[in-house]
Design a protein around this ligand. Structure first.
Ligand SMILES: Nc1ncnc2c1ncn2[C@@H]1O[C@H](COP(=O)(O)OP(=O)(O)O)[C@@H](O)[C@H]1O
Ligand SMILES: [Mg+2]
Length: 295
């Protein structure tokens, strides 16, 4: 696909990545692969959408990039961040990347936040983890700036409030503030809107779009929902990769994927997801591909 490949050098280049999970007890020499030889790249300012049904290996892929997979995971292949191999990096070097150059937003805003700590203190912890040299007031001004950037109402007053005092959408904004407060270059968003209702989901997607355009962020946007992914990957240069049973079965520029889907599974996903590109005069199909899925 030389005509649609990103023009800038990739910030993240995943090559031939495979992940399998063995159990601690049985030393199975060849457990089934949760992720099977996938490759993709993301340039600064570009968003790659990763879409696929539950269990297809999306979260395992994102956790592998952050090196946060459970100890029973076996990972092979290559993950280059800014030209440096992450898979062989020492744990201390990896900790310096995590939450600073590479940040992540997870699905569940309530479980990802500490319920007994004011939200401002939680965002401050994210700053202090990477910038111990900053004074208290410098940390505080970064916290407030991040809260403003994610359009949380009245940050100066609410910085001392606890997570339960915010709505679900606001809690997701707090997590996004934590993710961007150290000005990362790569943002991984794994089902960031799945727990939210449709209106709030649209607001969060708009916020992520604003943030990534302002900061020239590279973004890996993960969802089981093709309609959501297509909204997140709506800028020129954005691409969508379709995952099924651990493999990327198709990857294309967003527009091309909708206009000329190459794989039957992609066509099924398209037929079952109403999007701006869908012919709304026709009934929606349902996806029925859960043959070898583990759930
Ligand atoms: N810690 C783990 N131990 C064993 N199997 C796992 C673990 N994490 C994920 N898996 C398996 O890996 C596959 C991919 O999971 P996951 O990446 O979470 O899928 P998705 O995010 O696309 O729903 C699934 O079959 C899942 O059961
Ligand atoms: Mg997942």
């Amino acid at each position: 696909m030389p005509l649609t490949a990103p023009s800038a050098a990739p910030l993240l280049a995943v090559n031939d990545l495979s992940i399998s999970f063995g159990s601690h007890e049985s030393a199975d020499p060849s457990p089934p692969k949760a992720v099977d030889a996938i490759s993709f790249a993301i340039a600064p300012g570009q968003t790659l959408g990763l879409v696929g049904e539950s269990g297809s290996g999306k979260s395992a892929t994102s956790l592998a990039i952050l090196r946060l997979l459970s100890p029973n995971a076996r990972t092979t292949g290559s993950i280059l961040f800014d030209g440096h191999e992450l898979l062989t990096l020492s744990e201390s070097a990896m900790r310096r990347h995590r939450g600073r150059d590479i940040a992540m937003i997870f699905q569940e805003p309530m479980t990802a936040l500490n319920p007994v700590m004011p939200v401002g203190a939680q965002i401050a912890e994210a700053v202090e983890a990477h910038h111990p040299e900053l004074s208290r007031s410098a940390v505080k001004s970064r916290v407030l700036e991040a809260m403003h950037q994610v359009a949380l109402p009245d940050p100066e007053r609410r910085v001392r409030d606890y997570p339960h005092q915010f709505s679900g959408g606001q809690r997701q904004r707090i997590l996004i503030a934590m993710a961007i407060v150290n000005q990362p270059r790569l943002l991984i968003a794994d089902e960031p809107t799945t727990a939210l209702d449709v209106t709030v989901q649209a607001q969060i997607l708009a916020l992520l779009r604003d943030l990534r355009l302002t900061h020239n962020l590279a973004m890996l946007f993960i969802s089981h929902d093709l309609a959501v992914v297509s909204q997140a990957c709506d800028q020129p240069g954005d691409r969508i990769a379709v995952m099924q049973h651990g493999r990327i079965i198709e990857e294309a520029a967003t527009r091309d994927l909708f206009l000329t889907p190459g794989h039957p599974y992609t066509r099924q996903l398209l037929a079952s997801a109403p999007t701006m590109h869908t012919d709304r005069s026709r009934p929606l199909a349902s996806v029925s591909s859960r043959t070898a899925s583990s759930e």
